[in-house]
Design a protein around this ligand. Structure first.
Ligand code: GAR
Length: 210
């Protein structure tokens, strides 16, 4: 009988970059283990060796590349080391999940179209740091979560998907944060799966899911 299986036998491989709690890392890991991601997390890259996300990775047996920025003269130097690790593991997609360092062309150019970020607002509103706090202070009625391709700017890459979160009368900044994080845990694994199964088409700034 002929084997008609379509696609490569190599599992889709992702590297997650994170600096903090790792709730998005955990959601990706859980979906991967349940077979819902269509991808394997082969590396965690983290610039804070003490961050809780590192413990999550260790418990799960995910390899970690840990570094401290101050040990390097230039951003390009640690990014060149990261690039080697990614290459060695055959990484298909970089998934930024609360990675709080700016990237240089060393990684941005090498992974153009293959690097995504999640941001806790409806871009282009509230880019940069403390997006949830910015939206709260502004008093908007709706905010949310954006997943976008990474380009050379700060939260400026083409939008892949967005999820709306309403700010309701009883909300506090804490309840809003919880709603945003819940939306992230839904949206990010979904988007990674779209990449893994080859559903994402990029035409300039217009991205469609087939
Ligand atoms: C997430 O809310 C993510 O959207 C945000 O950092 C948090 C990381 O949480 N990223 C940014 O603000 C990027 N500009 P986590 O460590 O629990 O996944």
């Amino acid at each position: 009988m002929t084997d008609t299986t379509v696609g490569s036998s190599k599992p889709y491989r992702i590297a997650v970059f994170a600096s903090g709690q790792g709730s998005n890392f955990q959601a990706l890991l859980d979906h991967s283990r349940e077979g819902q991601l269509g991808a394997e997390i082969v590396l965690l890259v983290c610039n804070k060796p003490e961050a809780p996300v590192v413990e999550r990775a260790r418990r799960a047996g995910v390899d970690c590349f840990l570094f401290e920025k101050r040990a390097y003269a230039r951003r390009e130097d640690y990014e060149a080391e990261i690039a080697q690790e990614l290459e060695r593991r055959g990484v298909d997609l970089i998934v930024l999940a609360g990675y709080m360092l700016l990237l240089t062309p060393v990684l941005v150019d090498a992974y153009q179209g293959r690097m995504i970020n999640i941001h806790p607002s409806l871009l282009p509103s509230f880019p940069g740091k403390d997006a949830i706090g910015q939206a709260w202070e502004y008093g908007v009625k709706i905010t949310g979560v954006t997943v976008h391709l990474v380009d050379g700017g700060m939260d400026t890459g083409p939008v892949i998907a967005q999820k709306v979160v309403e700010i309701e009368p009883g909300d506090s900044i804490e309840s809003l944060e919880e709603k945003i994080h819940a939306a992230e845990r839904d949206l990010y694994p979904q988007v990674v799966n779209w990449f893994a199964v080859g559903k994402v088409r990029v035409d300039g700034r217009r991205i469609t899911i087939e």
